[in-house]
Design a binder for this molecule. Structure first.
Ligand SMILES: Cc1cc2nc3c(=O)[nH]c(=O)nc-3n(C[C@H](O)[C@H](O)[C@H](O)COP(=O)(O)OP(=O)(O)OC[C@H]3O[C@@H](n4cnc5c(N)ncnc54)[C@H](O)[C@@H]3O)c2cc1C
Length: 804
């Protein structure tokens, strides 16, 4: 074994081998992989090897497409066959809702260049002759699906990596990891130690154990998974072409040809976790006892829908474990607080995703940037609240729902409520319908008196439509009250605070008592955050941002913190708040504070400490509604008192609660973008319409040169607002934008803008088209709906309401 390497990848499953290969491909040759046993001896060896491009997150879907197209390359480099059969695949819909869902999937794939097509049930039966047509209403055909040989794929990655200089140590178990004071890691194995500058945890079934070596509890759990292989099926044996891959959502089963029979696997509802706390080190090339009773309900449907499978009989049943993160997507990237420690685990579809994971992680390590928008896979999307028990509940839920429809407005019930604020019970008492964001319960909308706070799940407008309209009207005409705990808040202190913020963020820092909107850019000049910064003292600042990105942003903040002079801490558990918004919000605030909050004395973007009633608070004159409004932040122990005070004092002004759905509607008609939708690391600030918040004249800041180039060259694409001519379904995000029969862009978010009475969608189009108005179409649930580009926000384009 070498004594020193640039990278030590732990784990020789399909994922670790892909990471190793991609590191060599990116030019790092001094890289090693350490495997406890033989390569493939975790989940990899007994996988069914199926691969497909479908994923509800388009960015992950694109990486899946990359993976499948990669196999040729590694076969050529390694001389090792991957055993790939691209048969094409068919997704069978048994209900109208499922057909809607497939339309949504198809639309999402379209702007990424994925060519799927709908086929009739007759055509589906011609392509997949063992199905019984009576149970289906339609099908989506995907030409890029198939299966590979799990061992062949893994060894092809490994050999291709070796060809390019990597070393692989088999039968060597990493037993401990120790950070070295001068940087890097001491990697201790049962065959000796080596020093590695970087460590990658690709431990698969043992990723939790490897994480624990460095004090990390990764949100991962393995589930048992079964598939069966049938005896020979005459229809299959007689077919000239290999059977397609098929997914039957109603049966929760997937199928492909195996020999002259079929392989059929299930994601059963009564899924069972495996090794809930720790994975035994001596588990290797083993299978678990089959349990056909558990999958009997799925088999019953399978046998009914595919009688030839029932007639053939079962030759073999495989039951093996593999790991999932709580939302079913991989965990990839650098880990906050651990230098040069990277993860590539929780990969539940190694043969569809392994290549994309390897590409992403290697780009991140070698170039400091993942190279594409990988938020859906970023390990930072889970915070410390994703505990072992949380993960257990969510992974079970996710497994049991793998082939079930997730409606766009559906909030899943497992592991809730977990994080709540002191106002939770009071809001529940007002019939709040709650959603969950970063583990936190927050009100989506409020059901009218006498109705149940339950939202019907649908692809179209739900029973929330009218109540949300009423909430929007209150904000625009009177005063609305909203809890704002879903925003992240940070305190930055110290003599170096101002200079540090100025170096990190693109806008100038605010004056004392003022707020400034400021994007954060990476060195390539792309958006990695959008914040509001407040100054309350020469050495005291507050930063407000997106709650879901708290760990993501803290990882960046901490990685850029100087050794002395600046401290930053998240105030998630210390500072909570309410927003009051609407033309009567000033009257409400004024009756609760001694200070003059007139427009002159407390203008737009002011931020000050003041007592609200008896409560010490920080008050900012800003709201995301685009109206006159304030954000009032208080200590957690004052939160209930503040709520009671605002309700009581606002009663005469007609105050009413509003939730996240109304806020979304209000910001859409103002054309305000939001984090993880309009603002993501694939967009530059000028593309996203945030150019006015980039101060190129101030001192050097991260991403300045790239931003200056973007400004000089002009943005490639632009964020625009569309008014869409819809029926009963609004855009929600990820729909393709059409013009002249071609897909020219995509939607980032959408919904009904109640106050202006229009269906609105925000999205990106190539810059030359941003000046056009007509002839656009937005594809919603398979229909191309006429859309008009609005050259300015639909409501109050001069921003007079906010400044009034
Ligand atoms: C029954 C079944 C069917 C499946 N079907 C499909 C399918 O059709 N398509 C698909 O894409 N996916 C499928 N999968 C999932 C697929 O198997 C996984 O996505 C994939 O194998 C994950 O690979 P990995 O490299 O992350 O993990 P693993 O394969 O578990 O590899 C981790 C490796 O790390 C090693 N390791 C761990 N800790 C250490 C240590 N401390 N020191 C040294 N080495 C260590 C282990 O020995 C192991 O070899 C299936 C899984 C099962 C169980």
């Amino acid at each position: 074994m070498k004594s020193h390497a640039q990278v030590a990848v732990i784990g020789g499953g399909v994922v670790g081998c892909s990471v190793l290969y991609h590191l060599t491909k990116a030019g790092w040759r001094d890289v090693v992989l350490i495997e406890r046993d033989e390569l493939t001896s975790g989940s990899t060896w007994h996988a069914a090897g199926g691969m497909h491009t479908i994923n509800l997150d388009p960015n992950v879907a694109k990486l899946q497409q990359y993976t499948i197209n990669l196999y040729k390359e590694i076969e050529e480099l390694s001389g090792q066959s991957c055993g790939v059969h691209i048969t094409g695949g068919i997704m069978l819909a048994g209900t109208k809702e499922r057909l809607d869902w497939l339309k949504l999937v198809r639309g999402r794939g379209r702007y990424l260049g994925m060519q799927t097509e709908f086929v009739s049930v007759d055509e589906a039966a011609r392509l997949f002759p063992i199905m019984d047509k009576r149970y289906f209403v339609g099908a989506l055909y995907d030409p890029i699906e198939g299966h590979g040989d799990p061992s062949g794929v893994t060894h092809a990655y490994a050999k291709a990596a070796r060809v390019q200089g990597a070393e692989i140590y088999r039968f060597t178990r990493v037993t401990d990891l120790k950070p070295r004071p001068e940087g890097g890691w001491e990697v201790i194995t049962d065959q000796g130690s080596l020093v590695a500058e970087h460590v990658v945890n690709a431990g698969g079934l043992w990723a939790r154990e490897v994480g624990r070596m460095v004090g990390l509890e990764l949100p991962i759990l393995a589930m048992e998974h079964q598939y069966l292989i049938t005896e020979e099926i005459p229809e299959v044996a007689a077919s000239e072409k290999e059977m397609l891959h098929a997914i039957d959502f109603e049966g929760e089963i997937y199928m492909r040809q195996e020999g002259k029979g079929m392989l059929m696997g299930t994601y059963e509802r009564a899924g069972v976790p495996w090794s809930e706390r720790t994975t035994p080190w001596n588990f290797s090339h083993e299978l678990l006892p089959p349990d056909l009773d558990r999958i009997a309900p799925s088999l019953e449907v399978g046998f009914k829908h595919y009688p030839a499978i029932e007639r053939a009989g079962i030759k073999k049943v495989i039951n093996g474990p593999f790991t999932f993160a709580p939302d079913g997507n991989p965990l990839v990237g650098p880990v906050r607080g651990l230098r040069n420690f990277w993860v590539a685990c929780g990969v539940m579809a190694g043969f569809s995703q392994g290549g994309g994971v390897g590409l992403t992680l290697s780009s991140w390590m070698v170039h400091g940037d993942p190279g594409s928008d990988v938020w859906a896979m970023d390990v930072a999307r889970f915070g410390d609240w994703a505990t072992v028990a949380y993960t257990n509940a969510k992974v079970r839920e996710n497994y049991s729902r793998r082939f079930r429809i997730r409606f766009p407005n559906e909030e899943l019930p497992a592991a809730r409520p977990l994080r709540t604020t002191p106002a939770y019970d009071a809001l529940a008492g007002e019939r709040a319908v709650f959603g969950v964001s970063y583990g936190l319960e927050h009100a989506l909308w409020f059901a009218p008196e006498g109705t149940e706070p339950v939202e019907e799940v649908t692809f179209r407008r739900s029973n929330a439509h009218e109540p949300v309209a009423a909430e929007c009207a209150v904000v625009r005409n009177g005063v609305g009250l909203m809890e704002i705990a879903t925003y992240a808040r940070y305190e930055v202190t110290g003599p170096g605070a101002e200079a540090w913020i100025s170096h990190l963020l693109a806008n100038r820092t605010p004056e004392q008592g003022r707020l400034v909107l400021s994007p954060m850019l990476n060195p390539a000049g792309k958006l990695i955050g959008d914040f509001t910064v407040a100054k309350l003292g020469a050495e005291r600042f507050y930063i407000f941002g997106s709650g879901i990105a708290e760990d993501y942003h803290m990882r960046w903040f901490e990685a850029h913190l100087p050794e002395t002079g600046v401290a930053i801490r998240p105030l998630r558990a210390e500072l909570l708040g309410f927003s009051i918004a609407g033309p009567r919000s000033r009257a409400l605030l004024q009756c609760l504070v001694r200070e003059d909050v007139s427009n002159k004395a407390f203008p737009f973007l002011s931020f000050r400490e003041m007592d609200v009633g008896m409560i010490p608070a920080k008050v900012g004159r800003i709201t995301f509604t685009g109206d006159l409004g304030y954000e009032i932040w208080v200590g957690v122990d004052y939160h209930r008192a503040l709520y009671a005070l605002l309700r009581e004092a606002g009663a005469d002004l007609g105050i009413r609660l509003f939730g996240a759905r109304a806020l979304n509607s209000l910001r859409l008609e103002k054309g305000f973008g939001s984090w993880a939708r309009e603002y993501r690391p694939i967009y530059g600030p000028y593309e996203a319409g945030l150019g006015r918040f980039v101060d190129l004249k101030k001192n050097d800041f991260i991403g300045r040169d790239a931003a200056a180039r973007e400004k000089q060259d002009g943005p490639q694409r632009r964020l625009v607002t569309f008014v869409v001519d819809v029926a009963d379904a609004d855009a929600i995000g990820d729909e393709p934008v059409w013009r002249d029969g071609k897909v020219v862009g995509w939607i980032t978010s959408g919904g009904y803008a109640h106050y202006v009475g229009r269906s609105v969608a925000l999205g990106y189009v190539p810059a030359p088209l941003a000046g056009e108005r007509d002839d656009f179409e937005v594809e919603i649930l398979g229909d191309r709906r006429r859309a008009q580009l609005a050259p300015q926000p639909l409501l109050d384009p001069q921003g007079l309401r906010m400044r009034s």
